[in-house]
Structure formats: structure tokens, C-alpha cells
Design a protein around this ligand. Structure first.
Ligand code: SF4
Ligand code: SF4
Length: 339
């Protein structure tokens, strides 16, 4: 297989320049230039996807690690990451992948989309997750692999920050079974400060489209001290999710110093508990705290009768009393998700 793969979603301009339409950043690329994501390049007036077919990290992870708590809990997911990211968060904890250089693509083994579900099935995993970096930057390969996985009957999950052009996002909807989607904070001022781009409305639009298309959706917010953790922002975010559906799980995770925010204060558990309370006050049925030792905020209870249905330790299942029918055994309430 060739290492060079012409990208989709780009437009030729004059003088050998091109514009990329994969994400709303809409990079205009002169000959030889890379996009902001570092994963797409104009060579000779054509845009190439540098990461096509080139996983940089593969692991068998508990699905809880994505985090997806209501999607086949207690199973392993075949997890792949590539290089590059169109978000460029200042506190990225996967910067070795998201901020990789062009030369880092060289030497990565090249594989075909069909090989992904094959390998996942052979490894005994219940699903495939596109994770670690931002999977949207190699959308061509991810979508083709998801299509191959669907044909083999293995579900696919996208772990994403959701900054795709709607035209591209639409192509994920028929093949993406689950989505763990970051809503990083409330409003464009925050998105611009953290990522250098006002992508907030696109992220909300894509989250809504995924849910309305029947994709299993869980939302993640990484709580950053002094950045996105004020009560008003958290309430606005929780109320937005609740309007979409109170059944959508909301994960509030603790952050720590990383990448360009080494001065960031680690999120105290008290802030996570405050955010969890805000989520519950907004009417959300399933609000979880992550990256903290407190197991009380990692369990799933029936929203109707409060029976404990799933107990977890960090990134693992401890006990599940929910059958595939996904009904509370005590009161019969249907629990959102796939079990
Ligand atoms: S996908 Fe990359 S090259 Fe394309 S618009 Fe987004 S950041 Fe720019
Ligand atoms: S979206 Fe995720 S991978 Fe990309 S920079 Fe932000 S934290 Fe890192």
C-alpha cells in the first residue's frame, strides 16, 4: 500500500493553494504546507492525508477508559490512535500524538481498513474505539474502517472533540455506533482561549446530530481550575445536555498540569462533586466523576428507584446487575445504553 493517500474534503484554489474542508478551521494551504492539525498536507496542489492507514498506538482497553460507561460495560475495546489533532488544547495529555511532527508519520506501519475489524475480533474485543489523538484528522481511514467493522458486526466508537465540518460528520453517522464527545466548556471565548479556535457551536451541533441519528452518546468535560469550572458555565452545559436528553451520561473528569499548562492546578475532588451536583440539579440521570478515587460518583443507579446497577473501580467494572435488555431489575425502568 502507498503511504500517500489523497485526502477528501478539500478544494483547489489559485496558485497551487488549497483549502481543507474537513474541519471548520478551513486551513488554506500553500504548496508544501501542513494544516493546523499536522495531519494533512498540500503537496503539488493536492491535499494528502498523512495518517491514512497508519495507527501510531494500538491497545486493548477497558471501554470504561474512553470513557463510555453505558456501552457494553466490562468489555475490552480495540483502541487505535493516530497522529495529529485539529484542537490543539493547551493542556493536552496526549501531546506526543496530537502534536507529532511530519517526520513522525514515517516508519509507521501501514494497514488496510479491513484489517482493523479482523484484528479486533481476533483479540476478543467487543468493539473498536478511535481514540488517543483526535480521530477526525484521519477521517477517511476511520470511516472506511467503521464501514468494514459494521459489515463484520463489531460496533465502533469515536472518542472525539467533535470539531468536524457537518458534511464530514454526516458520513460518520451511519457507521458510528457510539461517541464519547468532549464539550470542553461553555462558549466560544473558552474554546478560543484553550484551542485557538471558536468551534463551540460546531461541537454542539455535531453532538446533537449524533444523538438524533441514534448513535449512543456520552459527553465528557475535563474540569480545569479557573478555566471552565464556574457554576454558571457548568449549569449552562448541563442544561443543554438535559434538553437534548436527560439520559445522556455526562462525565466530569479531573485535569492535571500537562503540555503547555504546567501551572494548571490539579482539579480537587470537591470541584468534581460540585459539578456532579450541578449536573443532577439540571435533571441529568447519569452524572459521573472521573480521574478521582471516589467510587460513589462512578456507579450507575436507576434514575427511577435508585437501585445500584453497575459498580466500578477506576476504569474497570466491579459488579453489573443489568442484563442485555437494559431494564432495572427492581422497577423495570429502561436504562440508556447498550448492555
Ligand atoms: S482538518 Fe486539519 S488541515 Fe483540515 S481544516 Fe482542520 S486543521 Fe486544517
Ligand atoms: S482534543 Fe484531545 S488530543 Fe486534541 S489537543 Fe485536545 S486534549 Fe489533546
Amino acid at each position: 500500500m502507498s503511504a500517500e493517500k489523497e485526502a477528501r474534503w478539500w478544494t483547489p484554489l489559485t496558485d497551487g493553494k488549497t483549502s481543507c474542508r474537513l474541519c471548520p478551521r478551513g486551513c488554506v494551504l500553500s504548496g508544501g504546507a501542513l494544516g493546523v492539525c499536522g495531519a494533512r498536507k498540500n503537496t503539488g496542489g493536492i491535499v494528502y492525508s498523512l495518517g491514512y492507514g497508519r495507527p501510531a498506538a494500538i491497545a486493548l482497553d477497558p471501554i470504561e477508559k474512553k470513557p463510555l460507561y453505558h456501552f457494553y460495560p466490562g468489555t475490552l475495546t480495540y483502541s487505535l490512535g493516530g497522529l495529529g489533532c485539529n484542537m490543539r488544547c493547551l493542556h493536552c495529555q496526549n501531546a506526543s500524538l496530537s502534536c507529532a511532527l511530519e517526520k513522525d508519520f514515517d516508519g509507521l506501519e501501514i494497514c488496510a481498513p479491513d484489517s482493523i475489524p479482523e484484528n479486533a475480533l481476533q483479540s476478543g474485543c467487543a468493539s473498536i474505539s478511535w481514540t488517543y489523538n483526535e480521530p477526525l484528522v484521519w477521517s477517511e481511514f476511520v470511516i472506511e474502517s467503521m464501514r468494514a467493522a459494521k459489515a463484520r458486526g463489531i460496533p465502533s466508537a469515536l472518542v472525539t472533540a467533535g470539531l468536524a465540518h457537518p458534511e464530514v460528520w454526516q458520513e460518520f453517522l451511519p457507521v458510528m455506533d457510539a461517541c464519547s464527545l468532549d464539550i470542553k466548556g461553555w462558549g466560544d471565548a473558552f474554546y478560543t482561549r484553550l484551542t485557538g479556535f471558536p468551534g463551540f457551536a460546531y461541537v454542539l451541533q455535531n453532538a446533537r446530530a449524533a444523538y438524533q441519528a441514534g448513535c449512543h452518546l456520552e459527553i465528557v468535560t475535563n474540569l480545569m481550575c479557573g478555566w471552565n469550572d464556574d457554576d454558571a458555565s457548568l449549569a449552562a452545559l448541563a442544561e443543554w445536555i438535559a434538553r437534548l436528553s436527560p439520559d445522556i451520561p455526562w462525565h466530569i473528569t479531573a485535569s492535571r498540569p500537562a503540555h503547555r499548562l504546567m501551572q494548571l492546578k490539579p482539579t480537587p475532588e470537591s470541584d468534581i462533586l460540585r459539578a456532579v451536583a450541578i449536573g443532577k440539579n439540571a435533571g441529568l440521570s447519569f452524572v459521573y466523576g472521573g480521574n478521582v478515587a471516589n467510587l460513589e460518583i462512578q456507579k450507575t443507579c436507576c434514575p427511577h428507584c435508585a437501585m445500584e446497577l453497575i459498580l466500578r473501580s477506576p476504569f474497570a467494572l466491579r459488579r453489573k446487575i443489568l442484563a442485555a435488555e437494559a431494564q432495572c431489575p427492581n422497577c423495570g425502568t429502561r436504562i440508556y445504553g447498550r448492555f
